[in-house]
Each structure stands twice: as C-alpha cells, then as structure tokens.
Ligand binder design. Structure first.
Ligand code: ZN
Length: 175
C-alpha cells in the first residue's frame, strides 16, 4: 500500500470506487491523484479570499455615516440608532424628522440664548459624535499638528448660514 495516497483514501475509504482505484497500477493511481488535485485547486477559493458576509452591510453603514456628516444629520438620528417615532428634535439636525418639527424655532431660540443648550439636551458621550469636528493630526518632529478639521455635526447649522447660502450670498466676480 502506498502511504502517500492514504489521506485521500481515508475520506472515501469504504466506497467501491476506492477499492477499484486501489487495484490499479501505482503509476496510474498517482496520475489520477494529480489530476484530481489539479481540478480541486482550480475550483477552490480559500475562505480568506472570499468577500466576508458582513462586507455589504459595513459598506452601507460607512456610506450612511459619510452622508450624515455631509448633510449635518446627528448620529442619534441615523436609521440604525433611533426609530422614526422616537426621534426628538436636536438643534441643527437636518434629518427629515427634525426639519419637519414644529418646535424647531423654539429650540433654536433657546440655543441662541444658551450656547450649552445643545449639550444639555442630548445624551452625554465620550465618542466624537457630539463634536463639531474630527481633528486629523499628523506627527511632526515637535509633536502632533492638526492638518484638517473634518466636520461631524454643527448644532448651529440652522442659526448660522449653511455653506450653500454662504456660497450664493457673496457673488464672486472676476476682473
Ligand atoms: Zn434629526
């Protein structure tokens, strides 16, 4: 018995095919072994090379977070965090629920009078989602230097002019 063939024979040990192959000359068995493994490796995709099952939902979540930053929607008002019926107005939030809220002007007035109104009305967190900016820093020879401020959430969005208004307010002229 050729012990090099033994591991493959173990899996189909009791089949009549195994017995028939075992009766073949050794050179033919080796050729069959090589052919079968070539075919196997042609079709085999290792699990590390496959797209993970969570990948599509992770991409969707990343896109949702990116869009929320662009549209100034608070993290709490993302569809994955709060059901539409449970949403309470957050100053500056531009989600569909907050933009339709009737008490919007009242909250904005309170925020104008009290700059801490935003932090007082939302749950406290150690995460960055209540911050205005995400500071992107780079390490220099003298320490860390902030190179960019990526906006997260601006509670003054409704009070101060949004970027679109700022752009269209002052007409740019060229001479
Ligand atoms: Zn909202």
């Amino acid at each position: 018995m050729d012990y090099r063939l033994q591991p493959t024979l173990v899996t189909i040990k009791n089949s009549s095919l195994t017995k028939a192959i075992a009766e073949l000359p050794i050179q033919l068995r080796n050729k069959l072994y090589i052919m079968c493994f070539r075919k196997f490796w042609r079709e085999f995709i290792p699990i590390t090379a496959k797209i993970p099952s969570w990948y599509s939902s992770a991409r969707q979540q990343e896109k949702e977070l990116f869009d929320a930053r662009q549209q100034n929607i608070h993290f709490l008002h993302l569809p994955c965090n709060t059901l539409p019926g449970n949403k309470r107005y957050i100053v500056g939030c531009q989600c569909s629920s907050c933009t339709k809220d009737h008490s919007k002007d009242e909250h904005n007035l309170s925020f104008r009078e009290n700059p801490y109104y935003f932090t007082d009305t939302i749950p406290w967190t150690i995460t960055k989602w209540n911050n205005r900016y995400d500071h992107i820093c780079s390490e220099t020879e003298y320490g860390y230097e902030c190179i960019s401020h990526y906006p997260i959430f601006d509670p003054e969005y409704d009070i101060s002019d949004p970027l679109q208004v700022k752009i269209h307010k002052n007409e740019v002229s060229f001479s």
